[in-house]
Design a protein around this ligand. Structure first.
Ligand code: ATP
Ligand code: MG
Length: 398
């Protein structure tokens, strides 16, 4: 078969010096994703080409549509770089892909091989004339054509294709290092994680659990959310933090209206230790300014002051409706709205403070030995490998 999937790189073309790393990472991400299929992948500095078996076409297109770092992709017909072969292949593409009706068209030639016998404007004319002569149902319209006939002339081969699929854009996952993403069962954190992946950040995930106040169904929900991220992320660890004793100590020793503020300070203290252990460079979470009491700027200052790590908040300035739109697109929404409680929704104070004072926090934190509790927590982590996108049957974990 002379067809290949032709891949155009995304934003990485702007990263001149790092181009090789970006392309190699994208290459290995594609290779991993298609590992169970019979494909050959070739790359150069501006394109990637996948040779595939026709029966795998749909699966491959779906998979390519889930990989960050791709601007566009198409099914292209490959041929030798000479005028006669290109014309013959244009006929083949049109015969294979068009219905028996009238179309308007335009030829768009890209000639990366500057030694090719004629330039791209001349190519457009030659191929356009060829199509007009051989396809009576096709007329030229250079402004608003029904179909674009793309011809890419490269040194070794040329590629002809009609439709392009839009890729996800972003950077290939892994090119910008690793972060730990705080994944609760809510709507925001899976979306935040997805957006961090889009920036090329590899993730491991952290879930704070407070059994028996939270249920195993809540854990199942988080596992299923993680599995929804798997197609975009590849393998990840889900680190489960046993938070119960520390959370109970906070409610016993601190003012009720400060409990969420201090709980979140404890979360970040633990996150900082986890980033060292799991060799991550920062934290990602789903905070959105103004959404709840702990997400006012004053609260964020007091909470954030326990760590110097970069904390990425990809949805910080999104409206809830914008977040929901992405949650639906990545199919996490229906899981997120399942009713199971997470550790932030138990013991919710009636009036959580929206302007907490740092000194008050520090005074309350002196009244119990949270450091020992954190050590204990770190000795009792559970780690689940996320290596599939299959929905977990909740009965599996109960
Ligand atoms: P979400 O919808 O993602 O749960 P939220 O609007 O409910 O967010 P909060 O509960 O205040 O907001 O949490 C803010 C962020 O803190 C979450 O988006 C998530 O990144 C992190 N977080 C909260 N609870 C947990 C938890 N139990 N485990 C891990 N991360 C958590
Ligand atoms: Mg939440």
């Amino acid at each position: 078969m002379n067809r290949v999937i032709l891949i155009k790189y995304g934003e990485l073309t702007t990263k001149k010096g790092n181009r090789k790393i970006f392309i190699n990472t994208l290459y290995s991400n594609i290779l991993k994703k298609l590992k169970n299929l019979n494909v050959n992948i070739f790359k150069d500095m501006s394109r990637m080409y996948i040779e595939y078996l026709d029966e795998d076409k749909e699966v491959i297109l779906k998979n390519i549509g889930e990989i960050f770092g791709i601007h566009a992709y198409s099914i292209a017909y490959k041929t030798e770089s000479n005028l006669d072969m290109i014309k013959k292949t244009i006929s083949e593409v049109l015969n294979d892909n068009l219905e028996e009706r009238n179309y308007t068209f335009k030829v768009e030639t890209k000639r990366s091989d500057k030694s090719f016998e004629i330039n791209s404007v001349e190519c457009n004319n030659v191929f356009g004339g060829y199509i007009l002569k051989n396809f009576s149902n096709l007329k030229v319209d250079v402004h608003n054509p029904d179909i674009l006939v793309h011809v890419e002339i490269r040194k070794d081969y040329s590629y002809i294709y009609l439709n392009e699929y839009k890729g996800l854009g972003g950077y290939p996952v892994g090119t910008l290092g690793k972060c730990l993403a705080m994944l609760s069962g809510g709507i925001d954190s899976p979306v935040a994680s997805y957006l961090a992946l889009k920036r090329g950040i590899k993730l491991d995930l952290v879930y704070f659990e407070a059994i028996p106040h939270t249920s195993l169904e809540a854990r199942g929900k988080v596992i299923n959310l993680a599995r929804k991220l798997y197609p975009y992320a590849g393998d990840m660890k889900l680190i489960i933090v046993p938070f119960t004793k520390l959370q109970e100590a906070i409610y016993k020793n601190c003012l009720e209206n400060y409990s969420i503020t201090i709980m979140r300070r404890m979360m970040f203290r633990i996150m900082e230790k986890l980033t060292k252990r799991f060799k991550a460079l920062g934290i990602v979470n789903g905070e959105s300014v103004g959404q709840v009491a702990s997400q006012t700027l004053t609260s964020m200052n007091v909470i954030n002051s326990v760590t110097n790590l970069p904390i990425l908040r990809p949805v910080a300035c999104f409206d809830k409706l914008e977040i929901i739109e992405i949650a639906k697109k990545i199919d996490t929404y229906d899981i997120s709205i399942l009713p199971y409680e997470d550790c932030c929704t138990i013991f919710v104070p009636k009036h959580p403070i929206i302007n907490p004072n740092l000194n008050t926090c520090l005074e309350m934190e002196k009244t119990f030995d949270y450091e020992a509790m954190i050590e204990d927590i770190l000795a009792n982590l559970q780690i689940i490998n996320i290596d599939s996108d299959k929905d977990l049957d909740y009965s599996d974990i109960l």
